[in-house]
Write a protein that binds this ligand. Structure first.
Ligand code: HEC
Ligand code: HEC
Length: 411
């Protein structure tokens, strides 16, 4: 964010103490622009944080009664297995004696009983379980999932997969398909589809249209002021898609209806979704895209790359404004978009959506969430730039491409 200060009194301000005067200006969003800058209600966002992290919307009906995941976890998932499919452990939820036990090896990471103990502590990110003593053994009697399963990770500060929560960051090592495929209740052909998706990907339409093309799990941050949600811009509010996922994917109790795709799902008679959507949305809106780490890009090259972005690369024609997207004005036909055709002969993702188009992706925080494009077809930012150069016949030089990549890393 940059605020130009044209005020002739700015020198006096600096003398008087820049911070005390400038900070209120920044909070207001650069004085006269204040009206344009949407704001977040912190109290509502705080409620939404608990919902995002811990609320299952009653989806235990699906994960326990239908998929029987409680049995699968209890029987097969020791902590090493859980970490290997990308599940994360919240270090802040671990009491000191558990931390010590993991460190000195007295708590086994290859025993399923340890997984049950971690679930009892509510320490597995995005998994909510009820653990009860059944015949002398701690037993998972109910299990469900929360939004944090896919859209939170941890900072690995304790060890790989264990650390402090980072909400809104996509869990790019999570293999949701492999987890679902553990269910003893699924037929083999359906399991095979889930098993094929791999890390960091999930197809949020497969169980509705039976077409199979996993999508990159995107971040749920940096969305304040963007009024088109998902890669195809299906909703104009985050809540639209939150309702979709909570009901049709997580199995939460409530309803979702969308005449444009013909999806119509109602679970249960007790709506446990609708009343939570405003707070849940507010929390996501409150999460900024993370700034790139210091020294993670070459600043001089990035500055030159900015000129390529706005000039020879023609990127800013679609990636416009401070969020780098024209999403609030328009969506784009698949023929304009370089990420189709889909890999492996999969059907166009846009064709399965409500809009049949793509939203120009916002670019803040790009450094954090490879691979790129809805289908993950570009593993790196170099691959993104190469794809644009070829598909749009831009004729960029090797130096221009390198500079453009550094710029993308800096956003
Ligand atoms: C099993 C993994 C999974 C779970 C659980 C999940 N999501 Fe997502 N989420 C995805 C995928 C995949 C997409 C991409 C969909 C698309 O673009 O069509 C997505 C898209 C989104 C987006 C759109 C981001 C953007 O750039 O517009 C938001 C916001 C979001 N999810 C929030 C949530 C919330 C809140 C919940 C809980 C109600 C949730 N998700 C549960 C996988 C998941
Ligand atoms: C015609 C409009 C248009 C132009 C021009 C354009 N983009 Fe895009 N860009 C999009 C759309 C639409 C998407 C989303 C595609 C998808 O999800 O598959 C996107 C996605 C991206 C992504 C992936 C973001 C993510 O989160 O995965 C990057 C990076 C990107 N563009 C960079 C660029 C660069 C660099 C240029 C210039 C060389 C450029 N774009 C030119 C419309 C455009």
């Amino acid at each position: 964010m940059s605020c130009s200060n044209q005020d002739p009194r700015s020198d006096i301000r600096r003398l008087l103490g820049y911070v005390s005067l400038a900070l209120p200006m920044m909070l207001l969003g650069c004085g006269s622009d204040a009206a344009k800058t949407p704001t977040v209600d912190p109290a509502l966002a705080a409620q939404g944080k608990d919902i995002f992290r811990f609320d299952t919307f009653g989806d235990e009906t699906f994960w326990t009664d239908t998929l029987m995941m409680n049995q699968a976890i209890q029987a097969h998932v020791d902590p090493m297995t859980a970490l290997s499919v990308g599940l994360k452990v919240d270090a802040d939820a671990l009491p000191a004696e558990v931390v010590a036990g993991v460190q000195d090896g007295s708590i086994s990471l290859t025993s399923t009983a340890t997984t049950v103990a971690l679930l009892k502590l509510n320490a597995v990110v995005g998994v909510a379980a009820t653990v009860e003593n059944v015949g002398g053994t701690d037993t998972i009697t109910r299990v469900g999932i929360t939004c944090a399963l896919c859209h939170s990770t941890v900072d690995n500060s304790f060890t790989d997969g264990i650390g402090k929560r980072l909400d809104g960051w996509a869990n790019d090592t999570l293999n949701p398909g492999a987890i679902i495929a553990l269910s003893p209740a699924l037929p083999e052909d359906v399991k095979a589809v889930y098993s094929s998706w791999g890390k960091g990907k999930y197809d949020p339409r497969f169980n509705q249209d039976m077409k199979n093309a996993p999508q990159v799990i995107p971040p749920a941050y940096g969305l304040l002021g963007i009024n088109r949600i998902t890669s195809t811009g299906d909703g104009d509010k985050i809540s639209y898609w939150n309702r979709y996922v909570a009901v049709t994917q997580m199995g939460g109790h409530g309803s979702f209806m969308e005449p444009r795709t013909g999806v119509s799902v109602t679970n249960g008679t007790d709506d446990q979704v609708s009343s939570k959507l405003p707070a849940l949305q507010e929390y996501q809106l409150s999460i900024d895209a993370p700034a790139p780490p210091a020294d993670s890009f070459n600043a001089a090259a990035a500055e030159r790359g900015k000129a390529v972005f706005n000039g020879a690369g023609k990127c800013a024609t679609c990636h416009s404004g401070d969020k780098f997207t024209d999403a609030n004005e328009k969506l784009h036909d698949p023929s304009e978009v370089v990420s189709e055709p889909e890999p492996n002969g999969a059907p166009s993702y846009a064709s399965r959506s409500a809009t049949k188009q793509y939203r120009t992706a916002p670019l803040r925080g790009l450094w954090q969430h490879a691979p790129y494009f809805h289908n993950g077809s570009a593993p790196t930012l170099d691959a993104v730039v190469e794809t644009y150069d070829t598909r749009k016949s831009l004729g960029l030089t090797a130096d221009q491409k390198m500079d453009l990549v550094e710029y993308l890393k800096s956003l």
